[in-house]
Design a protein around this ligand. Sequence first.
Ligand SMILES: [Zn+2]
Length: 255
Amino acid sequence: MADLTLRGMVIRTVDYRDNDRILTLFTAEQGRVDAKARNCRKATSPLLACTQPFTYGEYQLFYHKNKYIIDQGEVLESFYPLREDVGRFAAASLCAALCLEGVQAEESSEAIFSLLYHTLSFLTYGENDPGDLTACFLVRFLSLAGFRPAITHCAVCGRDLREDPLIRFLPDRGGAVCMACSPVGRRIGKTALEAMRRMLLLDDDQLGRVRMKEPLRGEVLSHLVPYAKLYLPGIEKAAALFASLHMPPQATEQE
Ligand SMILES: [Zn+2]
């Protein structure tokens, strides 16, 4: 009998020795769980399929010397096509990196788990632009994980910004800021803020409804990705890969 059976998604893999791998599983009930998978990289290993990035599986674990060891695993959903499309892979990697940084071990995270599961499903099987799904994931994840950016009210004075003609977005101040509270900093368009507000209102199974056009998509991402990097600096590598494939060169207007 295994010590623990759990369902989770592989959000990080670290290879060691010739054929071993440490997985970080993201589970709805217990947050992040690290587990060793011995010999799983051998072509004949029964663990080969269930230890691939983004796989959602059911795992049976033993507890040995303060570590979990995977004894058996069954693939429930491989999200395999993500591994064949670099643009979708980069989007999924950024979502996984956010969960790795923003979800604690041994802490129930059902809402974030559902968000990741649905986002990966749409990234894998949907027709959406990966940038749209990632923008939607970002704003919803940041809200659920306790880093919600101000998008309706000024982050400094709290004033309702929805009628303001000019608004800035300043990650270090907490999001959208009125012109009176900050005379400098990058501006954000009203449409970009409205798009973020609408993304927060969807249910997880409606994420496929997010459809933006350029340059709106690039504008939303160019605010949300640096915001997320400021509060969760560990996502930097995944964010850089994502940006190289999905974001226009950094806008630098300062007024
Ligand atoms: Zn203000």
